[in-house]
Design a protein around this ligand. Structure first.
Ligand code: HEC
Length: 444
């Protein structure tokens, strides 16, 4: 949970002589034209370009140069690109992983230490193409979505603080079908101010009350849509409603009557076999506090845990921690009472409530959990002044909905297997690992 000391880094920056005008200097160091421009294109421009949510644009040397010291700091601390997931522990094979390689980070650090030189302008790469604003990213592969659901209209002001819009709308879904893919799309006009937008189903329970159901979709800026892995069926509930939680951060443009849209692609009708032959997947919130209350004292710390087990084997497809401003870290472990073994499968120890990511494991790398083992979720909170995101260390903080209260749950997509399905997946992995080992030997 240790954060890189900001003071140490700043001192390093200050001690480095800065060269005027980005002039190149003799010696072997990275340049903007040579290496850094490409790293910025790949990792930053999706947000840091005009009309997007990054507060400044990084599309040219002139735009990047003034920010170089702050870029160095944010990149070295792994605060930018914003993706909170530990590198040194747990499953590292993730889809849409925004983390930079250590090599690219080192290149940026060295470049800034060398005075952020431009280098030879002829080496500059051509401008990078980005997907058109307001179009479905999955359309290229899957065509237009089969069903769309819109949040109710809301006026986004030009200026102001963070805003939350949480309407409930009719889903328009009349038939329970298996989702192939789902994507959330902000409007083109409010593209730069829609920070994230999450949606969940609201369903009727047996007592005839509307209750919160599974998560439908989650959107954080720059995110692609989500495809349900092969062999799994995540069903939409018929005659349901959809609850939205949209976080706007005004970007200078007022957008009257804004709506966010979620698009759903279904498995084809002919794929109806899908439902019989595949395993059920659901995306649910798993609690870390037994559902009860807790209090974090002023200047104090706290840890909460949640334990969950299944009477059948499961595959964990994704994990999304959710904490508020005092939350600093969360981990997910598997404990097998039969063997006494305990293993960390995911950990985020630089939690930042401004960013919510669903960490989706690569196909073939999703943790397989035998029946009867326990999933242990642990969260840590720091209500002291050492937590840079803590708005007020003098407050008592309890569990609740407001940003200034704490929350402690994780959204986890789980595919529910049977023994046969579990053994099959396990055998596939063993086969893959065996081949990898044989491949390394080079004599296959
Ligand atoms: C997913 C969108 C996104 C990506 C990708 C992204 N940023 Fe940002 N960046 C933001 C947003 C939004 C802010 C302002 C809010 C914040 O600081 O979290 C920001 C803030 C910053 C700041 C200013 C921080 C401050 O304290 O004022 C710097 C510097 C920065 N980003 C650099 C980068 C660099 C360098 C990259 C790529 C290596 C990058 N960002 C990638 C969205 C992004």
């Amino acid at each position: 949970m240790k954060k890189v000391s900001a003071i140490g880094l700043l001192a390093a920056v200050a001690m480095t002589p800065m060269l005027a005008n980005g002039q190149d200097r003799a010696g072997d160091h990275p340049t903007y034209a040579g290496e850094v421009s490409r790293i910025i294109q790949e990792n930053c421009q999706i947000c840091h370009q005009p009309g997007q949510i990054g507060p400044m644009s990084f599309t040219s040397y002139e735009e990047v140069r003034p920010w170089a010291p702050l870029i160095q700091l944010k990149v070295a601390q792994r605060e930018m690109p914003p993706y909170q997931y530990d590198r040194d522990i747990g499953v590292q094979e993730l889809k849409n992983d925004w983390r930079m390689t250590q090599e690219d980070i080192d290149t940026i650090v060295e470049w800034v230490n060398a005075g952020s030189p431009l280098g030879n302008p002829e080496e500059l790469p051509p401008a990078k193409d980005f997907p058109a604003v307001g179009e479905w990213r999955l359309a290229e592969e899957l065509g237009q979505p089969d069903h769309t659901i819109k949040s109710s209209p809301w006026d986004v002001p030009a200026n102001g603080q963070d805003l939350w819009w949480e309407p409930e709308v009719d889903s328009g879904i009349t038939e329970a079908r298996c989702i192939k893919a789902v994507e959330t799309l902000p409007s083109a006009a409010a593209h730069g101010s829609t920070h994230h937008a999450n949606s969940h189903f609201v369903v009727l329970n047996d007592e005839g009350e509307w209750v919160r159901g599974d998560r439908l979709s989650e959107f954080a800026f720059g995110k692609l849509g989500e495809k349900v892995p092969e062999g799994a069926c995540r069903k939409v509930p018929a005659n349901s409603k959809v609850g939205w939680s949209i976080h706007y951060y005004p970007d200078g443009n007022a957008v009257p009557n804004d709506q966010v849209t979620v698009g759903i692609w279904y498995h084809d009708e002919e794929d109806s076999f899908v439902e019989e032959e595949s395993f059920r997947q659901d995306l649910r919130s798993y609690n870390l506090s037994g559902g009860g209350d807790y209090l974090i004292p002023p200047h104090g710390q706290l840890m909460t845990q949640g334990f969950h087990s299944f009477d059948h084997p499961v595959r964990i497809d994704s994990w999304q921690p959710h904490l508020h401003l005092r939350g600093v870290a969360m981990s997910m472990e598997i404990f097998d009472p039969a063997t006494g073994q305990r293993e960390v499968i995911s950990q985020a120890s630089n939690w930042n409530a401004g960013w919510n990511h669903s960490h989706t494991y690569e196909d073939g790398h999703q943790p397989l959990v035998p029946a009867g083992t326990t999933i242990i979720l642990t969260a840590w909170y720091d209500n002291s002044a050492n937590n840079p995101l803590n708005p007020d260390p003098d407050q008592w903080v309890g569990a609740g909905q407001r940003t200034t209260d704490e929350m402690s749950h994780a959204w986890i997509a789980v595919t529910h297997l049977d023994d046969e399905g579990y053994e099959k997946l396990l055998a596939e992995r063993e086969e893959r690992n065996r081949r990898a080992v044989a491949g390394n030997g080079g004599d296959e």
